[in-house]
Write a protein that binds this ligand. Structure first.
Ligand code: SF4
Length: 88
C-alpha cells in the first residue's frame, strides 16, 4: 500500500501539476477538463485553493493524486468534488 511518504526520498517530480509540464501534457489536461461542463465546475478561486493544497500534499506525484489515481487538476475541478483525504 502506498503511503504519503512513499516517494519522499527519491529525486522525482513532487508538487507538480500537469500545468507545469510540457505542452503535450497540458493538452492532455485540457482534454480531461473539457469533459466537465462549465456549470459543474468549482469557482476559479476555489479550484486554485484546492490545487494549492494538492501542491503541498505528500500524495501528489507527477501531477497524480496517489490516494485516488486521478490527475489532481481533474479531481479538483468539479464543484462537488472532495479530496479523498479530506484536505479540501
Ligand atoms: S486530492 Fe487530496 S490527497 Fe490527493 S493530492 Fe490533492 S490534497 Fe492530496
Amino acid at each position: 500500500m502506498l503511503t504519503e511518504n512513499h516517494y519522499n526520498d527519491k529525486k522525482i517530480c513532487r508538487r507538480c501539476l500537469l500545468r507545469d509540464f510540457a505542452e503535450e501534457d497540458r493538452k492532455v489536461l485540457r482534454k480531461y477538463l473539457e469533459r466537465i461542463r462549465q456549470e459543474d465546475r468549482a469557482e476559479d478561486a476555489e479550484y486554485e485553493r484546492r490545487l494549492a493544497v494538492c501542491r503541498e500534499c505528500g500524495f501528489l506525484f507527477e501531477a497524480t493524486c496517489l490516494a485516488c489515481g486521478c490527475y489532481a487538476e481533474f479531481r479538483a475541478l468539479p464543484k462537488h468534488a472532495r479530496c479523498p483525504k479530506k484536505r479540501w
